[in-house]
Each structure stands twice: as C-alpha cells, then as structure tokens.
Design a protein around this ligand. Structure first.
Ligand code: TRP
Length: 334
C-alpha cells in the first residue's frame, strides 16, 4: 500500500512498434486504473537485451514507448512511468531471487521454450532467467496487482511461488501479487492469420496495425484483412477473421459484439472493414497527435524521466534494503 492505495505494476518492452493490440488490449485499460491504484508502468529495457538489439534503435524505441504511455493518457505525475534500467534495484533483487528459483521451474516456462526456438543462436542465461527479473520488477514495489495478458500468466505464477518461498524462510517480506482481473482488454488477433495474436514482431506488415500508422495505411490494412467466404457478419468461432474485426470495432466504439452484429446485419465485408478502419483511425488520431507534440517537448519528457526514476528508486530501495538484511548482507557504513 502506498498512500492507502494498492500498488499496481506492469511493463512493456520497447522492442518492435506497438500495435493496436497493445493499445486496445493493455495501454488503454491502464489509463482507467490510475485513479484507483498507485501505478508503476515501466519500460522494461533490461528484459529487451535477452535478445540481441541495435543499441541506438533500442534507446530510440524506449523513449518512444515512454512517450506513448503519456500520449495514451497516463498522467506521468500520478503514474510512475520510468525506465527499468534507471532503477538498479531491479537487477540487484533479480540476482537475489535467482538464488531462490529452481532450474526445473524455469525449464517449464513456455515463453522460454518458444523464444529459444526462435533465437536458437542466442539461448543466453538472461533469456532463461527472464521470469526472475520479472518477479523482481513486481516484488520490488510490494505490488498487489499486475494486469497481464494470458501469455504472461505463467510468469506471474512463478513470481508468486518465489515470493511465497522467500516469505516462508524470512517472514513477511514480499506482498504476494495477484493478477488483475477486471475489465480485461480485448485480445486482438493478426489481420492476416486471425488465429494468431497480433504481434509487434510479426514479419508481415499487413498482419499488424501499428499505433503510429497513418490513416491510409490503416484503411489499407483493414481492407486486406483475411476473412472468409461465409458473407455474414457473425461473432462466432467459425469466423475468426470477422470475429477479430468485431472485437476491434467493439474495443474502439464501446459497443458489444451483439450490437455490432446488428449494426452490420446484411452488410458486406467491404463496408464493415471500412467502418472498422475508420473507427481505429479516430481512436488513434488523438494519441498520435499528442505523441508528436510530446516528442517535441524534450525538456518535459526529460523531467518526467528524472522525477519518476527518483520516485521508483525510493520505493525500490526500501524493499531492497529489507531483503538484503534478511539474507544476511552486512549493513552499509554511512
Ligand atoms: N514480460 C512482459 C511482456 O513481455 C513485460 C514485463 C516485464 C512485465 N516485467 C513485467 C509485465 C512485470 C508485468 C509485470 O509482456
């Protein structure tokens, strides 16, 4: 608890360009949570180097992501928006927690299996202990709730196991985090292969709509979206393409899938795709405008980076000191 509010932590990687999946599925919902919780939203750059990155590109993307958090509506005075690499406590706690995590547990992580298959030439130890760093992120702030997608649920489970194991030995050190279950964000699928999640690292540029795509590009991608030959706009498992378009339209307009079915009853796929494209364009427009404005204001963004790193450091250090003492490190002489 901070100021009588429960603590919420989440983070995103600055690898790839954010898609409307990241926005409609996560970022947009984060904004709604900031009144109720004390929120920490990190740009998790330590995680990013588990796969090889171009340094200049990573730096640029990290700043763009941080700016996007704000452009999407997160007030940086109320939400702690910061770079993970600016708070050394993440790496320090991660080391300690490594010593409380078993190889067997990490071996079971499906994301590790997927990523090591994808990056067979660089299966590094960081990729293997990625979930431990994530546990450190969460536990460092005594987090109560973590809004995560289903693909990160296994990492939250291991975080809870590590925290419980540590607490069983040393007493009540860590708050045990819960997944945030509430209005969950829409899970947006690929426009080219609608049984696959829309991904920022998809090789086919038509599969994903990026947050910063211009209106023409957005309209074109929706026109090319893969559907089916049933020629009916129904929200069913048999029509994953149409179902995904309905989800996107619902997320943009606030209408329920049933309302969308009704609205487009008897209409053709062409008309529907255009309507979805237009809805996305109008949702993204204000975010993009604000992004370009913020991007120009270097002094403001820099001040946010500095202030929030200090704030995060303050809370991180509190937990870290406690942990260091528990495991038997000598006190620093000041
Ligand atoms: N691994 C998460 C992802 O790729 C990002 C992340 C890192 C995270 N640390 C976190 C999410 C802590 C929630 C809480 O999506």
């Amino acid at each position: 608890m901070i100021d009588n509010k429960k603590v919420l932590f989440s983070g995103m990687q600055a690898t790839g360009t954010l898609t409307i999946g990241n926005y409609l599925g996560a970022l947009k919902n984060w904004v709604a949570l900031s009144e109720e919780y004390e929120c920490f939203y990190s740009v998790v750059d330590l995680h990013s180097i588990t796969v090889r990155q171009d340094p200049a590109e990573l730096r640029k993307r990290a700043r763009a992501l941080l700016t996007l958090y704000i452009a999407a509506g997160l007030d940086p005075k109320k939400n702690c928006i910061y770079y993970q690499s600016h708070v050394s406590g993440h790496a320090e706690l991660s080391w300690i927690l490594n010593c409380f995590t078993y190889m067997g547990e990490l071996n079971r992580m499906t994301q590790f299996k997927d990523k090591s298959a994808k990056h067979a030439d660089n299966i590094n130890a960081g990729l293997f202990t990625y979930p431990v760093l994530m546990a450190a992120d969460i536990l460092l702030y005594q987090t109560d709730v973590v809004p995560v997608g289903i693909d990160q649920m296994q990492h939250l489970e291991i975080t809870r196991d590590i925290a419980q194991r540590f607490n069983a030995i040393y007493g009540d050190v860590f708050t045990i985090p819960e997944p945030y279950i509430g209005k969950v964000g829409a899970k947006i699928m690929s426009l080219q292969d609608p049984v696959k999640k829309m991904s920022k690292s998809d090789e086919n540029p038509n599969a994903s709509v990026y947050l910063m795509d211009d209106p023409d590009t957005i309209m074109r991608k929706f026109k090319r979206a893969v559907t089916d030959s049933l020629a009916t706009i129904r929200y069913t498992e048999e029509q994953p393409g149409i179902r995904n378009l309905i989800d996107i339209y619902s997320a943009c307009t606030g209408k329920t899938p049933a309302e969308v079915e009704k609205e487009f009853d008897g209409k053709g796929y062409g008309d529907f795709k255009s309507a979805v494209g237009e809805a996305v364009v109008s949702v993204l427009k204000p975010v993009q405008e604000r992004f370009y404005e913020l991007e120009k204001d270097k002094t403001f963004i820099d001040s946010i980076i500095k202030e929030n790193a200090e704030k995060a450091n303050y809370f991180a250090t509190k937990t870290l000191r406690k942990v260091q003492k528990k495991v038997g490190f000598p006190e620093k002489i000041r």
